[in-house]
Design a protein around this ligand. Sequence first.
Ligand SMILES: Cc1cc2nc3c(=O)[nH]c(=O)nc-3n(C[C@H](O)[C@H](O)[C@H](O)COP(=O)(O)OP(=O)(O)OC[C@H]3O[C@@H](n4cnc5c(N)ncnc54)[C@H](O)[C@@H]3O)c2cc1C
Length: 424
Amino acid sequence: MAAFSFYLSLSVVAWLCIFSVSSLSDHESFLRCFSSHVSPTANLSQLLYLADSPDYSSLLFSSIQNLRFASSETPKPLLIVAPADEFQVQASVICCRSHGLPIRARSGGHDYEGLSYRSEKSSSFVLLDLEKLRSVTVDVEHGVAWVEAGATLGELYYKVAEKWQNTAHKLHEDLLLRVDIVHVNRGDRRVVEAAFKSLFLGHCDGLLQHMGERFPALGVERNDCREMSWIDSAVYAAGYTNGEPAEILVNRELQPKDFNKGKSDYVTEPIPVSGWEAIWARLSEEGATGSMHMDPWGGRMSEISESNIPFPHRKGNLFIILYLSTWRDEGVAASTKHLGWIRSMFRFMTPYVSKRPRAAYLNYRDLELGRNAMAWGERYFKDNFRRLAMVKGEVDPQNFFSNEQSVPPFIAETGERPPINYIL
Ligand SMILES: Cc1cc2nc3c(=O)[nH]c(=O)nc-3n(C[C@H](O)[C@H](O)[C@H](O)COP(=O)(O)OP(=O)(O)OC[C@H]3O[C@@H](n4cnc5c(N)ncnc54)[C@H](O)[C@@H]3O)c2cc1C
């Protein structure tokens, strides 16, 4: 009971703060707080960026990839903090918290719904941009890489590749075969095509033998294979297919920006031929604007138990589907058209995909699964959702670190498990 009252009084203090500070009007006090928590030599002009600072916009937009969230209507942070060390991160959390300002943390900034740099929940928030914290240290001997949160996958791959010749011979030969169903232009016709793309950790001969035995219908020939180093394959998979150097992976400016929307599904039972025919017909319709990308499951994914880490989608899944709409034309009409297509495709797929729950992949963030944890919790995390809520209750009971789809805290009496519908 004593602990409960303590928690209640803490909550009241926190709520009072949140209601009392809704802008950075208390600017001086905020700056004083920062100055008192960072090294006296820290240059605050390279740490804190208010909306009227000349570098605010370029920093904000530097890693926004999705143009849906780059418009003037997208709520912007009151302040961007770009810490250069962990003490500055701590200072950001302490000062934002004491001034009642919610934080959005941004690493690479690739979240499908832009939740790392925008907020629908709070009109006033601070963006904690970790782009300066991006060192990657690879310890080949112990098979460990330390990656700071702000590094991009390209930067990690590049660093790993520097050590690659020491590890390549230890890897198993393996095969990943993905299918992308996309629209392509053939002459003056726009057609739907299924592209089979595979990554094989081995040589061309091994791949031909494997494909001949397991997928003879695809008729893979030597001309279809390109041997390259693993790091070149990462460049290739990123869409640079003309022999561009690996340095392209550490260039943060290159990403082409577009408007996009993604959704995901898991498939646990083979889709019947009639189902594929219906899907194909649907994708071929006039007005079909998106694509479907399917990655196989199995292999190592199936060997790890569902409860081992938060990510639960393991044995029993055949493949994951990413539905993706991307467009370049601006305006409400275009986004209504493309969003409409992906939503109707998602509805159409209901009979063919996993059920109870209809599972989804957190990395393919989808706010349309709902803002209420009841709606998305089990879809992203299955049974691990309860455990995550209990952990959250332990480490962040006041839910300071939150976004539209973050795990809510469950504050349990000893031994109690959260009821399935505890959060509304
Ligand atoms: C076009 C596209 C293709 C993609 N392809 C794939 C794919 O093939 N496979 C795949 O798995 N995923 C894929 N994704 C999803 C992407 O990997 C995830 O969205 C991932 O979260 C991106 O990492 P980030 O560092 O850019 O995250 P951010 O956008 O910076 O952040 C993602 C979330 O984590 C929070 N966050 C960021 N940093 C921290 C931190 N230090 N502490 C706490 N919270 C933090 C953010 O607030 C946000 O909620 C793709 C996304 C897009 C847009």
